[in-house]
Design a binder for this molecule. Structure first.
Ligand code: CA
Length: 223
């Protein structure tokens, strides 16, 4: 899952990027509204954390522009505690949720998890597929209750596919959602990671759809 943080306070920006990175997301960041708007308009993010008070272009305008341009990714806005009018303007502009400053990082992480799973149509924090279960809260992956150890990239790969269960995801889409903008992307390496992940999962849930990509779906009964 790839996220964008738009926050002009350098310390807060760093804290958000580091906490979200530790939680297993790939994170790009911007420190003003114009740069943030550009990134959100040109890169495919799974969710955005957007400060309302931003230099160059304010957060509400950034969000309005994205929505007008048809960008549908979930957006969590950061507002000043006493500015109820920011929340109203933010929701009217197309925000999905908000957190007031100062906030506890755990709350931001929980709200981001909720936005990601809701936008993918899941009601709980545990995503399952047959015997395979991924807990988005603890970042634990189990098969029939037995925990499986994954590298951070394998986890990101599995998490993206599990959020989009039963849909064929292309290699290009995976590359766009598993790496940040500065990464030297090579869609051939995805195949290698899929191979390793499939071996670790040991059950037949990760399928290759020839010429199209990959899909997580329940094991075939006939297999
Ligand atoms: Ca600000």
């Amino acid at each position: 899952m790839r996220l964008l943080v738009v926050e002009d306070d350098p310390d807060l920006n760093r804290q958000l990027v580091s906490a979200l990175g530790d939680a297993g997301y790939v994170v790009d960041s911007a420190t003003d509204g114009e740069e943030g708007h550009f990134l959100g308009d040109t890169e495919p993010y799974d969710a955005v954390i957007l400060d309302i008070g931003l230099p160059v272009m304010d957060g509400v305008s950034v969000l309005e522009n994205w929505r007008r341009e048809g960008r549908k990714m979930p957006v969590l806005i950061l507002t000043a505690r006493d500015r109820w009018s920011d929340k109203v303007a933010g929701f009217d502009a197309g925000a999905d949720d908000y957190v007031s400053k100062p906030f506890h990082m755990e709350e931001v992480l929980a709200r981001v998890r909720a936005l990601l799973r809701r936008s993918a149509g899941h009601a709980t924090s545990e995503l399952s597929c047959g015997p395979l279960m991924l807990d988005t809260k603890s970042a634990r992956v189990t098969i029939e209750g037995q925990q499986i150890k994954l590298t951070s990239l394998e986890f990101r790969l599995l998490s993206y596919l599990m959020h989009h269960q039963d849909r064929v995801v292309s290699r290009t889409e995976l590359v766009e959602h598993l790496y940040d903008q500065d990464f030297d992307r090579d869609s051939n390496t995805i195949e290698v990671f899929v191979g390793r992940l499939r071996k670790k999962l040991s059950v037949d849930v990760l399928k290759t759809v020839r010429g199209l990509g990959y899909c997580i779906s329940e094991p075939d009964d006939t297999a």
